[in-house]
Design a protein around this ligand. Structure first.
Ligand SMILES: Nc1ncnc2c1ncn2[C@@H]1O[C@H](COP(=O)(O)OP(=O)(O)OP(=O)(O)O)[C@@H](O)[C@H]1O
Length: 606
């Protein structure tokens, strides 16, 4: 899909397309944390060994953490003379348990980093694979920056959250359960007192996390929007400058950046408040334990050692609640990111099934009563019937928006016809696998897209098996041998920035050479309207004539010379064929073509 088409879409507000966007926006708002978490867990299931290893060290480390304070209680009681035993043994045991717990903490970190990187790698690959499978209309309807944001920011978020929060979450949950149990066993009255503060903590967490979640979603959406703007502005920078749009663009950008800052501040404030709030609650519980513990000790219900253990347990109990409360905010962000990633993964990929296009040297294309609408109820192509005989050249002309590009979109099956049929040698393309169809059709669009790779790789894009000899011959035929040889490293020169380091005319010549290498049966040319110097213009014209020679070609023609040379001229008007015939016969008719000719071509030499 050309940048022009994408831009057109960005400018339009089409009901049918909006439905897709609305559907997308709905996924943004989706509130099914459970389902998303379940889905994230399935990724961990794919890493069973690592996940099991991590769980084992988490469990063991947590048990050590729970056991150590009870040893401390014994030691204190021994010192206070309330218990008998060898103090040094207890202290050594305590030291070993603390060391073991530290080793487990270390291993836990290593396992979780490995685990998160593996999971994220899988997600990243799946997402990229899915993007490569998506139909062209998906990317037409979504901002490229938004898709990129899912691929980078959202996945990064998931990755960092998994590696940082997951171990804390596991060990925290276990610590809470284990500590609560042991506190109950020591003194249920004191334990209940400590647990009462948990409800306070949970209520505060719920209120604050709701806010964090809301604002972090907003932040991610705005970040996607901001990325989209930057991507569009960087790629369309010459247009921005040419129209003196820098100020307006900057204002728009600043407005979005402003909203993003506000959402970011709110998210960070609410997630930042969580920690101190939890600290405060846990300190209150601390004071209460000291007071009530002292009272119970005086009453002879518990020993001094138990109070000392309780103080450690209460802290231990509060710490994971604190941590979980803090990572809850991050988790919300990661879940929102995961939802956005899953939304793309759930998009339906292109149907690639179908038969092969019959192998024959011939290629006649027929359109029979084709009708098509981008948006339901607003037909863009109506009753389109046309035969392009094998080896002939048909020029599509017509006012802007008359449907010329759409015909190309339909022939390549970027979009499917609503009714009617398109056949190649009598074989309906609906039954043909898209890969087979596209292998037989090459396109040279006016907005030439080259990729950041060597000239050779770019030329081989449509035929990976092409030999150096074939590549050189194609370069020769498309008049770009000389220009390639003049490049610093010839065919091995790296094109940077999608070909930004060579001129527009040179890019067009390379695109024609690329089509030559692909050697398709059917050729689609969207003739460039842009001005290049006369010599390059002539080279492009010659190259185009050569590549069309003897090939079934459909040209969206802008130059009179191309139109005149065509076997058939088809004049399109609002999605229908208004007239067709040769240049002379159409001029003689004094109809639409005549009008077009008089307004656009008369007086111009090309
Ligand atoms: N992807 C799209 N989604 C929705 N509407 C579209 C899309 N592409 C084109 N249209 C609409 O379909 C109609 C035909 O557009 P098309 O691009 O086929 O015209 P065109 O003849 O190629 O124009 P131009 O000469 O300007 O390239 C126009 O009204 C256009 O607004």
């Amino acid at each position: 899909m050309s940048a022009k088409q994408n831009q057109k879409l960005a400018e339009r507000s089409i009901p049918g397309m909006m439905n897709r966007q609305e559907r997308f926006a709905q996924t943004e708002r989706a509130d099914d944390i459970g389902a998303t978490l379940k889905r994230i867990v399935t990724y961990f299931m794919g890493e069973k060994t690592l996940a099991a290893g991590m769980l084992a060290v988490v469990i063991f480390g947590t048990l050590c953490g729970i056991y150590a304070p009870s040893l401390q209680s014994n030691a204190v009681d021994m010192i206070a003379g309330e218990k008998s035993g060898v103090l040094i043994h207890t202290l050594l045991l305590m030291l070993s348990v603390y060391l073991l717990s530290a080793v487990c903490g270390l291993l836990q970190g290593l396992f979780s980093v490995r685990l998160s990187q593996n999971v994220v790698k899988r997600m990243r690959e799946e997402l990229f694979g899915k993007i490569m499978e998506l139909p062209v209309c998906y990317l037409d309807a979504h901002s490229h920056g938004d898709v990129m944001s899912r691929m980078t920011n959202d996945i990064e978020n998931i990755s960092s959250t998994i590696s940082q929060s997951l171990p804390s979450l596991c060990s925290g949950t276990l610590t809470i359960i284990g500590t609560a149990a042991i506190m109950m066993w020591y003194c249920w009255q004191l334990a209940l007192l400590s647990l009462a503060t948990v409800f306070l903590t949970l209520a505060a967490t719920k209120i604050l996390s709701e806010k964090v979640r809301r604002f972090s979603r907003q932040r991610q959406m705005l970040l996607g929007q901001l990325n989209g703007t930057v991507e569009e502005m960087v790629s369309g920078y010459p247009t921005v400058v040419a129209y003196n749009h820098q100020n307006i663009t900057t204002e728009d950008f600043c407005a979005t950046a402003d909203s993003l800052t506000k959402a970011g501040i709110k998210t960070d404030i609410f997630s930042g408040v969580m920690g101190p709030a939890m600290n405060c609650i846990s300190n209150i519980s601390f004071v209460m334990i000291a007071a009530f513990g002292g009272y119970f000790s005086v009453k002879g219900l518990i020993s001094v050692g138990v109070i000392s253990a309780f103080i450690v347990y209460a802290k231990q109990f509060g710490r994971p609640i604190n941590e979980i409360a803090q990572i809850y905010g991050q988790l919300q962000t990661a879940i929102a990111g995961a939802e956005r990633v899953f939304a793309v993964l759930d998009e339906e990929g292109e149907d690639r099934s179908g038969e092969l296009l019959a192998e024959t040297k011939q290629a006649a294309v027929t359109f029979k009563n084709v009708r098509f609408s981008y948006a339901a109820g607003i037909p863009v192509i109506r009753n389109f019937t046309l035969t392009v005989p094998n080896g002939k050249k048909v020029a599509l002309v017509g006012a802007t928006g008359s449907g010329k590009t759409t015909i190309v979109n339909l022939l390549l099956r970027f979009y499917e016809t609503e009714s009617g049929e398109i056949c190649i040698n009598g074989q309906n393309i609906q039954t043909v696998a898209k890969s087979s169809l596209r292998k037989n059709v090459a396109i040279v669009l006016q907005d030439t897209v080259l990729f950041s790779n060597t000239v050779r790789s770019n030329l081989k894009y449509g035929n990976d098996a092409a030999t150096d000899g074939q590549i050189r011959a194609a370069a020769e035929m498309s008049q770009c041998r000389e220009l390639i040889e003049l490049l610093p490293e010839g065919y091995d020169t790296e094109l940077t920035g999608s070909g930004a380091n060579i001129s527009q005319g040179q890019r067009q010549l390379l695109a024609i050479a690329r089509a030559f290498v692909a050697d398709p049966k059917i050729l689609i040319l969207d003739e460039a309207t842009s001005n290049v110097d006369t010599r390059t213009e002539q080279a492009i014209q010659d190259a185009m004539q050569r590549i069309m020679q003897g090939r079934t070609s459909i040209v969206i023609a802008h130059r009179l010379s191309t139109i005149r040379d065509s076997d058939l001229i088809v004049v399109m008007d609002q999605g229908e064929i208004a007239e067709s015939g040769s240049h002379e016969s159409l001029l003689a008719k004094k109809g639409k073509y005549y009008e077009l000719y008089m307004t656009q071509y008369a007086g111009f030499a090309t």
